[in-house]
Structures are given as C-alpha cells and as structure tokens.
Design a protein around this ligand. Structure first.
Ligand code: 0RA
Length: 665
C-alpha cells in the first residue's frame, strides 16, 4: 500500500474545498477506470480486492502489531478481512475535518501509515490503498477496535453513509480492523471468489511472515484452511522442493545490513532446474533485481573461495565454477524489506535500488562463510554438485557450438519448417507453434501470411524438466523454436529481440494436445521466462463443436455454448432442449438432431484451412488466452508436479484440475 505521508499543515478554506472536489474526482476516477488501479475487472482484479485489504493487515504485522488475519468468503460473495493490528486511527483528521478512518477509507492514496518509518511500497498494483476497494464495492462496512471502543462506518460505492459512530466497547487487549465488502456488480463481470486463488496468496504471505497466521474460510462450501509456518522461508523452500530430493538441509540466513532487513533460505536438490523466488516488502519480484544480483554474487564468490581454500578445486584443474554452475538444482527464497523501493522493468517487478545489492551481498558473504565453516559436509556436497554442473555446462557449450555451426541457433538461418510472415515488425507479427505437420499444413494455408508465421512441431517435445541443458540444446524441435523466436535462450534470452509480439501455442483439444501444450509451456517457462512475464505467450482456442443446419454453421467452444446454439436453431418450435447426454453419436462423430448436424472436432487437422482461420486464427473473431505468471512460486510448483519424477502428486494435480486449463500459472 502507498504509505504517503498525509500532510497536516494548515490549508486555507479554498484549498480545502478544492481538495474535496479532487477527492471526489479521485474515487470517481477509480470507478471510471478500475483497471488502472486493480489491473482488470475480471477474476484477477476481483481477487486483487482481497489482496489489497490483506496487504494492509500484513503491513501492520511488519510494523510489529499484528499476528493474525482471517479472511472469510461469505455465501453472498461479500468478503470479510479481520486483523489484530492497531486498528485504523479514528481521531479527527485536522486537514480533512473528519475521522482519520473516513479519510483512509475514502481518499485515494491516503491509506498509508502516518508514521514515516514504514516500508513504502510503490510497485505494480500493490499499495493502491483500501479506498480503492471501497470505491469498487457496492457496500463496505469497517469496524475498528481501538482504545477500548468499537467504531463503525458504512459506505456505498465508496461514499460514507454517515460519520464514524462509536457502536460498542470491548474487553481485553486485542485491537484491530475488520472490513467487510461486497464487490460492485456494476464494475465486475463476475463475482465469484475462488478458494485456491485466495489461498495461494495467503499461503505465500504466511511463509514470508512466519509470525502471522492466515486463515481462509469459505462459507459457500465450508472449506477452511489455516496457514501458519513457524519455519518461515525454510518451510517455504521445503514446500517448493516437496517433489524433489534435497541433498542437504536448507541454509537459513537472516540479518540486517545498512538498514535493509534480509531473510534468505536455500537448498540444493538433485534436479537440474533453478527455482529462485525473490520478494521485496512481500511483493514477488518476478523480474528479480538488485537483491537477487547481490545474492548470486555472494553465493558464487563464497562457494568458490571455500572450494579453493579447502582443496575441493585444485589450482591446476581446468574447472572454474561460474554463477551458472551454482544455479543447477538451487531452490531459494529471498525476502528483503526496503524503505523506498524503486520498481522497474516491463511489469514493474524488478527491484532497482543499488544499495540493496551490496547489503545482501555483504550479509550473505559473511553468514554463508560462517555456515560453511560449521557445516563442511554440506559445503562439499554442494561443490560436488556444482562441479558436475560445470562439466555439463562445458558439454552444453560444445553442443551449442556444434549447433551454431549447423546454423540452427543462428537467427540469420531460420528453420526449414518455419513458414515465416512477410512483415518485419515484431510488434505486429505472431507465430503459431502448431502440433503436428497436418495441422501445420492447414494453418499455413489458412493464415494471413503478412503477419502470421507457422512453426509445426512434431509430437511430444522433450521434457525439459528432466533433461540436462546439453540434451535440451541438441533437440531439433527446441532448436527450431529458439531460432524462430530469435531472442536467445536462458541467461542470454532477451524478449525484446523476439521476432514476434505474440507466441501462440495451438494444440489439439485432447489429452495429448494438452500434454504437448504443457511441455511447450514448461520449455518457455524454464528457458524464456521473460516471454511469459511480459505477456507475449498465448494459447489458441480452437472450437470443440460445429453445429450446422442447412447452410447455417456455428462453432462452439464448450458444451454450454453448443447447447445455446442448438436452442437458437430450434427457437420457435415447441421442443424441449436436448441436453448433452441425450444427443446420440452417429458414425463419424457426427450427431443428428432433426436436421441439425453437430460435429465434434477431435483435432486441429479435422478443420480445413478456412475453418481454422475463421475460428482460431482470425484476430477479429478468435479468442486467445494470455498466459500469466500469477506467482512464480506457484508456477514452479505446477511444472514440477506435472513434469517431475514424482507420480502421486502429478496424478492428484491432474485429477483436481482436469476439468479446466489453468492458464494463470
Ligand atoms: C493508517 C494508520 C495506521 C494503521 C492503519 C492505517 C491500518 C490500516 C488497515 C487496513 C486494514 N487493517 C489495517 N490496520 C491498520 C497506524 C495506526 C497507529 O499509528 O496507531
């Protein structure tokens, strides 16, 4: 939340009036352009309302005053967030001439603490303030416990119904704030909170703030879960590595340097991928930044020093360990608190403060050295693992060179299978990565060749979760994707160099298709992550059904839509609507219903080029789903579950999510 200091110097009467008008404008602006404040008015934005209030409660915990947050989703989809913080102050605000509580709830950006020693947050969508939640709620009720009294105020669409009232007294020491709000249906398309979505953020916050317990209750189905992790980041790292085998116990580093509190936990597992997650003031810095650079620098230097000092690497050996070698199998969480963070990058999730790099670097350097002196066996295991990574890296370099010589990684030489577009401007170009040569053929014929490129991929690509980097680079399909996209790979990857503004994955709507899509997404996530982070990756949505009567044809993307179309075809006639189960399938997958022909597309190949164009590829009529990294930690978990070695969690995940594709990874 934005913790701007609220000015208390006396204003003249005119200024006061002018300011009031501005205030009104402020909340109206929020209602007029809600997406500017909460990202969008879909499910994401809706859930952001809860996050915003919870973030405020967590800020109280950061200030040392709150140990419990309870979130309740009510049957009517209103939500209560209750904490045991200090309670929002209720005394008269000298400038606004009303209760501070009313100011916090109704003035844009006035939600912040009045004390200046707090961690001001200014990144992404965080920190817009509870007044934004209020403005976007049909109604909201706040109840504050402070100084032995209970104070209440109610609002409609962000406007106070009456002044703050004292509505009771309480016994005991426990102060706090309780906010109940009903999202406004004039603003949000669909008001339906999802337990798992809310739980994900609460779980993350509970790991990051080990002293706080987070409870989620859903009264619609009685589900309830309490998140409280005494081990904090150590527990977080263990959770992330649940399906991997760690080679030692997590290393925990905590301390403060130059006024920057730093907390880090990490461990190495026997896997090849890297899972590092960084946070600033509880915000996931998906694009990394100075805190991460400081950590990596210290890790590489300290381990190298340790290895040489203890004879683990001989002076005359050819191997030297680089930063990359320390990444393989590393799972880490880095959490820092920064007073005035500067967020940069495409999605404003990259920390820019230079002083944080040296603070983290020094602290990790000192503490890790101490740790290694006390735990030499762990040190040896990690160095051994990194030496093997160095050998693989050397093999990968040779493989890459070989490949480069064959020109496959060279963007000057595009893969033979690629049907490129004619326009050269990446912003207006898109590439369809298509499953199978036959669908690839239809797509090539159906596309608009000016701005659409087609790259057919044969069958199942390599599972990058289980392969070493040199094997990955040797894979023909992967080479084709790397050179077609043309932005490098791994560390060298630069999404700005991508030859297309949209990378669209188009696979069949069956089990194999969804497996291939997951393999492709895993590859992009692990080796071209920024492409996803900046929202350049999409999933095509081919229709599942064609419904035809006479000359009229319609496509349906799911059962519900199909039944609607059937209903429309039959409109006017007194017939009952035939439910999905009652439609009998005839040979050839076509279904007949009094002159209405329903065919179910099993694969992309069944559509002719014109059909593929009009249903799936024409930007005017198609639907494409953008892939978002909602939480990098959750995405890692999903890919590890889907692609890793452990079978049982994979089965459980697929059973749970079989019905829908989860695209916010
Ligand atoms: C302004 C000032 C103070 C606390 C808060 C706001 C506050 C806001 C929220 C929102 C949800 N729970 C909250 N808890 C506190 C500082 C209070 C003080 O100095 O006593």
């Amino acid at each position: 939340m934005a913790k701007e200091k609220v000015k208390t110097n006396g204003n003249s009467h005119e200024e006061y009036n002018a300011k009031s008008i501005n205030v009104l404008k402020g909340l109206e602006a929020v209602r007029k352009r809600p997406a500017m404040y909460i990202g969008d008015v879909g499910l994401r934005g809706l859930h952001h309302l809860i996050n915003e209030v919870v973030d405020n409660s967590i800020d109280e915990a950061l200030a040392g005053y709150n140990d419990r947050v309870v979130v309740t989703i009510h049957k009517n989809q209103s939500v209560t967030v209750e904490d045991r913080g200090r309670g929002i102050p209720v005394d008269l605000h000298p400038e606004e001439k009303k209760s501070a509580l009313e100011v916090v709830m109704t003035v844009l950006h006035a939600g912040g603490k009045f004390d200046k020693n707090s961690y001001k947050v200014s990144g992404g969508l965080h920190g817009v303030g509870v007044s934004v939640v209020n403005a976007l709620s049909e109604w909201l009720i706040v109840e504050v416990r402070r100084d032995g009294k209970i104070y209440t105020q109610e609002y409609r669409q962000g406007k106070a119904k009456a002044a703050v009232k004292e509505t009771g007294k309480y016994k005991g020491e426990i102060t706090g704030t309780k906010i109940t709000f009903m999202p406004d249906k004039e603003i949000f398309k669909l008001i339906k909170f999802h337990f798992d979505t809310v739980a994900e953020r609460l779980r993350e916050l509970a790991y990051l703030n080990k002293e706080v317990s987070m409870t989620l209750k859903d009264e619609t189905d009685g589900q309830e879960e309490v998140f409280k992790f005494k081990g904090g980041l150590v527990d977080f790292v263990k959770y992330l590595d649940e399906n991997r085998s760690a080679i030692h116990k997590p290393v925990y580093i905590e301390g403060e340097k130059d006024g920057v509190p730093v907390e880090i936990a990490f461990e190495y597992s026997d896997s090849y991928s890297e899972n590092v997650h960084s946070y600033v003031n509880n915000i996931n810095t998906i694009e990394g930044g100075t805190h991460l650079v400081g950590f990596r620098t210290a890790l590489t230097r300290t381990f190298n020093n340790y290895a040489y000092k203890n004879g683990l690497i001989k002076d005359n050996s050819k191997i030297s360990l680089t930063g990359d070698d320390f990444k393989e199998g590393l799972t880490a969480v880095i959490s820092v608190k920064v007073m005035e963070p500067q967020f940069e990058g495409q999605t404003k999730t990259k920390l820019g403060n230079g002083e944080v790099k040296s603070a983290v670097e020094m602290l990790v350097g000192e503490k890790l050295q101490e740790y290694l002196e006390e735990n030499p066996s762990v040190g040896k295991k990690i160095i051994d693992k990194c030496m093997r990574a160095a050998e693989a890296r050397e093999a990968a370099r040779k493989a890459r060179e070989l490949v480069r010589r064959k020109n496959a990684l060279d963007t000057m030489h595009l893969p033979g299978k690629l049907a490129d577009c004619s326009i050269n401007d990446p912003e207006h170009c898109e590439i369809y990565i298509v499953e199978g040569d036959s669908a690839g053929g239809s797509a090539k014929m159906g596309r608009d060749r000016r701005f659409q490129a087609i790259l057919p991929i044969k069958g199942k690509i390599l599972n990058v979760e289980k392969a070493k980097i040199n094997k990955i680079l040797e894979n023909i399909e992967i080479q084709a994707m790397i050179s077609a996209i043309g932005a490098g790979i791994g560390e060298e990857f630069n999404h700005e160099k991508a030859r297309y503004g949209k990378i669209i994955l188009m696979t069949d709507a069956d089990v194999d298709g969804s497996h291939i899509r997951t393999l492709l997404l895993t590859f992009l996530y692990r080796h071209m992550k920024d492409l996803i982070a900046v929202g350049k990756v999409y999933i095509a949505q081919p229709p599942l059904y064609k419904i035809k009567k006479g000359k009229e044809e319609h496509y349906a993307f799911d059962e519900e839509e199909r039944d609607k179309i059937i209903k429309r075809f039959k409109a006017g006639k007194e017939e009952k609507i035939v439910a999905a189960e009652e439609i009998e399938e005839t040979e050839g997958g076509e279904q007949q219903l009094k002159g209405i022909v329903i065919s179910r597309y099993k694969g992309l190949g069944e559509m002719n080029p014109e059909q593929l164009w009009s249903t799936t590829m024409n930007p005017e009529t198609r639907t494409v789903l953008q892939v978002n990294i909602e939480s990098a930690a959750a995405a890692d978990k999903i890919f590890e579950t889907l692609m890793g070695d452990a079978v049982e969690p994979r089965r459980a995940f697929i059973e749970k999510h079989a019905k829908y594709a989860k695209l916010d990874i």
